[in-house]
Design a protein around this ligand. Structure first.
Ligand code: 9MR
Length: 347
Protein backbone atom coordinates (compact mmCIF):
# COMPACT_ATOMS: atom_id res chain seq x y z
CA UNK A 1 0.00 0.00 0.00
CA UNK A 2 1.20 3.47 -0.86
CA UNK A 3 1.51 6.01 1.88
CA UNK A 4 -0.97 8.80 1.46
CA UNK A 5 0.35 12.35 1.44
CA UNK A 6 -1.20 15.77 1.79
CA UNK A 7 -2.36 17.00 -1.59
CA UNK A 8 -4.78 19.71 -2.52
CA UNK A 9 -7.69 17.69 -3.75
CA UNK A 10 -10.15 20.19 -4.95
CA UNK A 11 -9.47 20.12 -8.65
CA UNK A 12 -10.83 16.88 -10.09
CA UNK A 13 -12.90 15.82 -7.12
CA UNK A 14 -14.77 19.09 -6.78
CA UNK A 15 -15.54 19.22 -10.47
CA UNK A 16 -16.97 15.71 -10.21
CA UNK A 17 -18.92 16.67 -7.13
CA UNK A 18 -20.26 19.83 -8.68
CA UNK A 19 -21.32 17.85 -11.72
CA UNK A 20 -23.28 15.46 -9.52
CA UNK A 21 -25.01 18.45 -7.96
CA UNK A 22 -25.12 16.80 -4.54
CA UNK A 23 -23.51 19.58 -2.52
CA UNK A 24 -24.83 22.93 -3.60
CA UNK A 25 -22.31 24.85 -1.53
CA UNK A 26 -19.22 23.29 -3.13
CA UNK A 27 -18.48 24.36 -6.67
CA UNK A 28 -15.64 23.77 -9.05
CA UNK A 29 -12.64 25.90 -8.16
CA UNK A 30 -13.95 26.83 -4.71
CA UNK A 31 -11.74 26.17 -1.75
CA UNK A 32 -12.55 23.16 0.35
CA UNK A 33 -11.59 22.56 3.95
CA UNK A 34 -8.83 20.26 2.73
CA UNK A 35 -7.43 22.66 0.17
CA UNK A 36 -7.59 25.56 2.62
CA UNK A 37 -5.77 23.54 5.28
CA UNK A 38 -3.23 22.48 2.64
CA UNK A 39 -2.45 26.10 1.86
CA UNK A 40 -1.44 26.44 5.53
CA UNK A 41 0.58 23.19 5.40
CA UNK A 42 -1.95 21.37 7.54
CA UNK A 43 -4.44 18.62 6.80
CA UNK A 44 -8.16 18.76 7.39
CA UNK A 45 -9.54 15.46 8.57
CA UNK A 46 -12.82 13.83 9.47
CA UNK A 47 -13.84 10.65 11.26
CA UNK A 48 -15.66 8.39 8.85
CA UNK A 49 -17.98 5.40 8.93
CA UNK A 50 -17.08 3.06 6.06
CA UNK A 51 -20.59 1.62 6.38
CA UNK A 52 -21.82 4.83 4.75
CA UNK A 53 -19.52 4.72 1.70
CA UNK A 54 -22.35 3.32 -0.40
CA UNK A 55 -24.20 6.62 0.09
CA UNK A 56 -22.99 8.84 -2.69
CA UNK A 57 -23.46 12.28 -1.04
CA UNK A 58 -21.54 11.13 2.04
CA UNK A 59 -18.78 9.56 -0.01
CA UNK A 60 -18.41 12.62 -2.22
CA UNK A 61 -18.36 15.05 0.67
CA UNK A 62 -15.67 13.00 2.41
CA UNK A 63 -13.64 12.65 -0.78
CA UNK A 64 -13.87 16.33 -1.57
CA UNK A 65 -13.45 18.09 1.75
CA UNK A 66 -10.94 15.93 3.59
CA UNK A 67 -7.21 15.44 3.21
CA UNK A 68 -7.08 13.05 6.17
CA UNK A 69 -9.51 10.44 7.45
CA UNK A 70 -9.95 8.59 10.73
CA UNK A 71 -12.08 5.50 11.24
CA UNK A 72 -14.62 6.57 13.87
CA UNK A 73 -14.98 2.96 15.03
CA UNK A 74 -13.77 0.58 12.31
CA UNK A 75 -10.23 -0.03 13.64
CA UNK A 76 -11.14 -0.53 17.30
CA UNK A 77 -10.19 -3.87 18.87
CA UNK A 78 -13.77 -4.99 19.52
CA UNK A 79 -14.61 -4.56 15.85
CA UNK A 80 -11.50 -6.04 14.26
CA UNK A 81 -11.22 -9.10 16.51
CA UNK A 82 -14.71 -9.85 17.84
CA UNK A 83 -13.72 -13.44 18.65
CA UNK A 84 -10.23 -14.40 19.69
CA UNK A 85 -8.15 -15.06 16.59
CA UNK A 86 -11.09 -14.30 14.27
CA UNK A 87 -10.46 -11.04 12.49
CA UNK A 88 -12.87 -8.85 10.59
CA UNK A 89 -11.00 -6.20 8.62
CA UNK A 90 -13.87 -5.32 6.29
CA UNK A 91 -14.55 -1.82 7.61
CA UNK A 92 -10.91 -1.00 8.24
CA UNK A 93 -9.83 -2.21 4.79
CA UNK A 94 -12.58 -0.22 3.14
CA UNK A 95 -11.53 2.95 4.99
CA UNK A 96 -7.92 2.46 3.89
CA UNK A 97 -8.94 1.81 0.28
CA UNK A 98 -11.12 4.95 0.32
CA UNK A 99 -8.29 7.09 1.66
CA UNK A 100 -5.82 5.72 -0.87
CA UNK A 101 -8.22 6.29 -3.75
CA UNK A 102 -8.63 9.90 -2.62
CA UNK A 103 -4.99 10.48 -1.67
CA UNK A 104 -5.88 11.19 1.94
CA UNK A 105 -3.75 10.62 5.00
CA UNK A 106 -5.05 8.14 7.54
CA UNK A 107 -5.04 8.60 11.30
CA UNK A 108 -5.42 5.10 12.71
CA UNK A 109 -7.69 5.02 15.78
CA UNK A 110 -7.19 3.36 18.23
CA UNK A 111 -5.02 0.51 19.46
CA UNK A 112 -5.12 0.53 23.27
CA UNK A 113 -8.25 1.93 24.92
CA UNK A 114 -10.41 0.91 27.86
CA UNK A 115 -13.56 1.01 25.71
CA UNK A 116 -14.89 -0.99 22.75
CA UNK A 117 -12.82 -4.02 23.68
CA UNK A 118 -13.96 -7.50 22.66
CA UNK A 119 -15.87 -9.41 25.33
CA UNK A 120 -13.52 -12.38 25.08
CA UNK A 121 -10.73 -10.07 26.23
CA UNK A 122 -12.62 -8.32 29.02
CA UNK A 123 -14.15 -11.50 30.40
CA UNK A 124 -11.19 -13.77 29.76
CA UNK A 125 -9.72 -13.59 33.31
CA UNK A 126 -6.26 -13.34 31.79
CA UNK A 127 -3.12 -13.05 33.92
CA UNK A 128 -1.16 -9.77 33.70
CA UNK A 129 1.55 -11.35 31.52
CA UNK A 130 -1.14 -12.68 29.18
CA UNK A 131 -2.76 -9.24 28.90
CA UNK A 132 0.63 -7.79 27.98
CA UNK A 133 1.21 -10.47 25.33
CA UNK A 134 -2.30 -10.02 23.93
CA UNK A 135 -1.88 -6.23 23.76
CA UNK A 136 1.46 -6.49 21.97
CA UNK A 137 0.11 -9.14 19.58
CA UNK A 138 -2.92 -6.96 18.79
CA UNK A 139 -0.75 -3.95 18.03
CA UNK A 140 1.67 -6.02 15.96
CA UNK A 141 -1.19 -7.54 13.95
CA UNK A 142 -3.13 -4.34 13.25
CA UNK A 143 -0.24 -1.92 12.73
CA UNK A 144 1.55 -4.55 10.63
CA UNK A 145 -1.50 -5.07 8.42
CA UNK A 146 -1.55 -1.40 7.46
CA UNK A 147 2.18 -0.80 7.53
CA UNK A 148 3.09 2.07 5.24
CA UNK A 149 -0.53 3.18 4.84
CA UNK A 150 -1.15 4.91 8.15
CA UNK A 151 0.20 8.41 8.71
CA UNK A 152 -0.37 8.39 12.48
CA UNK A 153 -1.76 6.01 15.07
CA UNK A 154 -3.61 6.89 18.24
CA UNK A 155 -1.68 4.16 20.02
CA UNK A 156 -3.02 4.89 23.49
CA UNK A 157 -6.39 6.55 23.96
CA UNK A 158 -7.65 8.30 27.09
CA UNK A 159 -5.18 7.09 29.73
CA UNK A 160 -6.33 9.57 32.40
CA UNK A 161 -9.48 10.45 34.31
CA UNK A 162 -10.55 14.07 34.62
CA UNK A 163 -8.72 14.60 37.92
CA UNK A 164 -5.45 13.55 36.29
CA UNK A 165 -5.21 10.12 37.90
CA UNK A 166 -4.56 7.02 35.84
CA UNK A 167 -7.66 5.52 34.32
CA UNK A 168 -8.24 1.92 35.35
CA UNK A 169 -8.33 -0.52 32.46
CA UNK A 170 -7.29 -4.10 31.87
CA UNK A 171 -4.00 -2.69 30.58
CA UNK A 172 -3.30 -0.39 33.53
CA UNK A 173 -4.36 -3.07 35.99
CA UNK A 174 -2.01 -5.60 34.39
CA UNK A 175 1.06 -3.44 33.75
CA UNK A 176 0.66 -0.13 35.55
CA UNK A 177 1.77 3.00 33.64
CA UNK A 178 4.38 0.92 31.78
CA UNK A 179 1.68 -0.31 29.42
CA UNK A 180 2.02 2.95 27.52
CA UNK A 181 5.72 2.62 26.65
CA UNK A 182 5.21 -1.08 25.89
CA UNK A 183 2.40 -0.24 23.47
CA UNK A 184 4.39 2.52 21.77
CA UNK A 185 7.40 0.24 21.28
CA UNK A 186 5.25 -2.49 19.75
CA UNK A 187 3.70 0.03 17.35
CA UNK A 188 7.11 1.43 16.37
CA UNK A 189 8.41 -2.08 15.68
CA UNK A 190 5.41 -2.88 13.49
CA UNK A 191 5.56 0.31 11.40
CA UNK A 192 8.62 2.50 11.94
CA UNK A 193 7.25 5.24 9.66
CA UNK A 194 3.94 5.84 11.45
CA UNK A 195 3.69 8.76 13.88
CA UNK A 196 2.71 7.46 17.28
CA UNK A 197 0.27 9.45 19.43
CA UNK A 198 -1.31 9.48 22.83
CA UNK A 199 -4.80 10.97 22.53
CA UNK A 200 -7.16 12.32 25.19
CA UNK A 201 -10.06 14.71 25.90
CA UNK A 202 -10.40 17.53 28.44
CA UNK A 203 -6.71 18.24 27.98
CA UNK A 204 -7.28 21.41 25.94
CA UNK A 205 -7.14 23.69 28.96
CA UNK A 206 -4.61 24.02 31.76
CA UNK A 207 -5.79 21.69 34.49
CA UNK A 208 -4.96 18.41 36.25
CA UNK A 209 -5.70 16.21 33.26
CA UNK A 210 -3.63 18.31 30.86
CA UNK A 211 -0.81 18.33 33.39
CA UNK A 212 -0.97 14.55 33.80
CA UNK A 213 -0.73 14.09 30.03
CA UNK A 214 2.10 16.62 29.86
CA UNK A 215 4.02 14.80 32.60
CA UNK A 216 3.44 11.47 30.87
CA UNK A 217 4.77 12.70 27.52
CA UNK A 218 7.73 14.36 29.23
CA UNK A 219 8.60 11.13 31.02
CA UNK A 220 8.19 9.08 27.82
CA UNK A 221 10.56 11.48 26.03
CA UNK A 222 13.09 11.27 28.87
CA UNK A 223 12.94 7.47 28.76
CA UNK A 224 13.46 7.46 24.99
CA UNK A 225 10.07 5.85 24.30
CA UNK A 226 8.79 6.29 20.73
CA UNK A 227 6.23 9.08 21.14
CA UNK A 228 5.68 11.46 18.21
CA UNK A 229 2.52 13.31 18.99
CA UNK A 230 -0.24 14.39 21.34
CA UNK A 231 -3.85 14.35 20.21
CA UNK A 232 -6.17 16.87 21.82
CA UNK A 233 -9.62 15.52 21.05
CA UNK A 234 -11.62 18.74 21.57
CA UNK A 235 -15.24 17.79 22.24
CA UNK A 236 -17.00 20.94 23.49
CA UNK A 237 -20.29 22.77 23.59
CA UNK A 238 -20.27 25.70 21.15
CA UNK A 239 -19.32 28.81 23.13
CA UNK A 240 -17.36 26.78 25.69
CA UNK A 241 -14.10 26.31 23.80
CA UNK A 242 -11.22 26.86 26.27
CA UNK A 243 -9.53 30.20 25.72
CA UNK A 244 -6.11 28.71 26.36
CA UNK A 245 -6.25 25.91 23.78
CA UNK A 246 -3.43 27.49 21.78
CA UNK A 247 -1.09 27.87 24.75
CA UNK A 248 -1.83 24.28 25.75
CA UNK A 249 -0.94 23.07 22.25
CA UNK A 250 2.24 25.12 22.36
CA UNK A 251 3.07 23.64 25.75
CA UNK A 252 2.78 20.08 24.43
CA UNK A 253 4.75 21.02 21.32
CA UNK A 254 7.47 22.34 23.62
CA UNK A 255 8.14 18.74 24.59
CA UNK A 256 9.33 18.10 21.04
CA UNK A 257 6.24 16.32 19.72
CA UNK A 258 3.64 17.05 17.06
CA UNK A 259 0.19 18.15 18.16
CA UNK A 260 -3.10 17.48 16.41
CA UNK A 261 -6.73 18.33 17.07
CA UNK A 262 -8.11 14.84 16.65
CA UNK A 263 -11.85 14.73 17.38
CA UNK A 264 -13.22 18.24 17.18
CA UNK A 265 -16.94 18.83 17.51
CA UNK A 266 -18.90 21.72 18.99
CA UNK A 267 -22.37 20.68 20.08
CA UNK A 268 -25.39 22.95 20.21
CA UNK A 269 -28.57 22.64 22.27
CA UNK A 270 -31.29 21.82 19.72
CA UNK A 271 -32.92 23.34 17.82
CA UNK A 272 -29.84 25.15 16.55
CA UNK A 273 -30.63 28.81 15.77
CA UNK A 274 -28.58 31.23 13.69
CA UNK A 275 -26.92 32.75 16.75
CA UNK A 276 -25.72 29.36 17.96
CA UNK A 277 -24.39 28.52 14.49
CA UNK A 278 -22.43 31.78 14.43
CA UNK A 279 -20.99 31.09 17.90
CA UNK A 280 -20.08 27.61 16.71
CA UNK A 281 -18.40 28.96 13.58
CA UNK A 282 -16.35 31.32 15.75
CA UNK A 283 -15.14 28.41 17.90
CA UNK A 284 -14.30 26.28 14.88
CA UNK A 285 -12.29 29.18 13.45
CA UNK A 286 -10.53 29.70 16.80
CA UNK A 287 -9.38 26.08 16.79
CA UNK A 288 -8.02 26.47 13.26
CA UNK A 289 -6.22 29.69 14.22
CA UNK A 290 -4.76 28.02 17.32
CA UNK A 291 -3.46 25.18 15.15
CA UNK A 292 -2.02 27.56 12.57
CA UNK A 293 -0.29 29.55 15.28
CA UNK A 294 1.36 26.41 16.69
CA UNK A 295 4.11 25.37 14.28
CA UNK A 296 3.94 21.72 15.39
CA UNK A 297 0.18 21.47 15.03
CA UNK A 298 -0.16 19.27 11.96
CA UNK A 299 -3.90 19.34 11.36
CA UNK A 300 -7.47 19.39 12.54
CA UNK A 301 -9.90 16.46 12.44
CA UNK A 302 -13.62 16.73 13.13
CA UNK A 303 -15.43 13.79 14.76
CA UNK A 304 -17.66 13.07 11.79
CA UNK A 305 -18.54 15.38 8.93
CA UNK A 306 -22.34 15.64 8.84
CA UNK A 307 -24.72 16.15 11.76
CA UNK A 308 -26.84 13.12 10.92
CA UNK A 309 -23.93 10.78 11.69
CA UNK A 310 -22.60 12.38 14.83
CA UNK A 311 -22.21 10.52 18.14
CA UNK A 312 -23.46 13.62 20.01
CA UNK A 313 -27.29 13.21 20.05
CA UNK A 314 -27.10 9.72 21.50
CA UNK A 315 -24.61 10.72 24.24
CA UNK A 316 -25.72 14.30 25.09
CA UNK A 317 -29.46 14.46 25.42
CA UNK A 318 -30.94 17.54 23.71
CA UNK A 319 -27.72 18.39 21.88
CA UNK A 320 -26.65 17.96 18.27
CA UNK A 321 -25.66 20.02 15.21
CA UNK A 322 -22.03 19.64 16.28
CA UNK A 323 -20.33 19.20 12.90
CA UNK A 324 -19.46 21.54 10.02
CA UNK A 325 -22.06 20.11 7.61
CA UNK A 326 -25.75 19.66 8.40
CA UNK A 327 -27.80 16.52 7.90
CA UNK A 328 -28.56 17.53 4.30
CA UNK A 329 -24.78 17.91 3.71
CA UNK A 330 -25.06 21.68 3.45
CA UNK A 331 -22.08 23.69 4.68
CA UNK A 332 -22.82 25.47 7.95
CA UNK A 333 -21.19 28.85 8.79
CA UNK A 334 -18.35 26.87 10.41
CA UNK A 335 -17.06 25.77 6.99
CA UNK A 336 -16.51 29.26 5.60
CA UNK A 337 -15.12 30.42 8.95
CA UNK A 338 -12.54 27.62 8.96
CA UNK A 339 -11.57 28.14 5.32
CA UNK A 340 -11.02 31.82 6.09
CA UNK A 341 -9.01 31.00 9.22
CA UNK A 342 -6.77 28.66 7.22
CA UNK A 343 -6.27 30.98 4.28
CA UNK A 344 -6.21 34.54 5.55
CA UNK A 345 -2.78 36.06 5.93
CA UNK A 346 -1.60 35.43 9.46
CA UNK A 347 -1.49 38.68 11.49
O1 9MR B 1 -17.96 8.18 17.96
C1 9MR B 1 -17.75 6.94 18.56
C2 9MR B 1 -19.10 6.27 18.84
O2 9MR B 1 -19.70 5.91 17.61
C3 9MR B 1 -18.91 5.05 19.71
O3 9MR B 1 -20.17 4.53 20.06
C4 9MR B 1 -18.13 5.44 20.95
C5 9MR B 1 -17.90 4.25 21.88
O4 9MR B 1 -17.34 4.67 23.09
O5 9MR B 1 -16.88 5.99 20.58
C6 9MR B 1 -17.02 7.17 19.87
O6 9MR B 1 -15.74 7.74 19.58
C7 9MR B 1 -14.97 8.12 20.69
C8 9MR B 1 -13.53 7.99 20.29
O7 9MR B 1 -13.26 6.69 19.80
C9 9MR B 1 -12.60 8.32 21.45
N1 9MR B 1 -12.90 9.62 21.99
C10 9MR B 1 -14.29 9.90 22.31
C11 9MR B 1 -15.16 9.59 21.08
C12 9MR B 1 -16.60 9.98 21.37
O8 9MR B 1 -17.14 9.18 22.39
Amino acid sequence: MQRAGIRPIFAAAVVALAASGSVASVRAGEATLGSAAGSADRYFGGALDPGAFDERPYRELAATQLTSVTPENAMKWGLVEPERGEFDWKGADSLVAFAEANRQKIRGHTLVWHSQLPLWLINGAFRPDEIKDLMVAHITEEVGRYKGAIYAWDVVNEPFTDDGSWRRSIFYDAMGPDYIATALKAARAADPAAKLYVNDYNVETDGPKMQALYDLVASLKRAGAPIDGVGVQSHFAAGALPKDIQSVMEKFAGLGVDVAVTELDLRIRLPADEKALVTQAGDYASVVRACRATPRCVGVTTWGITDDRSWIPSYFSGYGAALPFDAAHRAKPAVGAMIKAFTQVAP
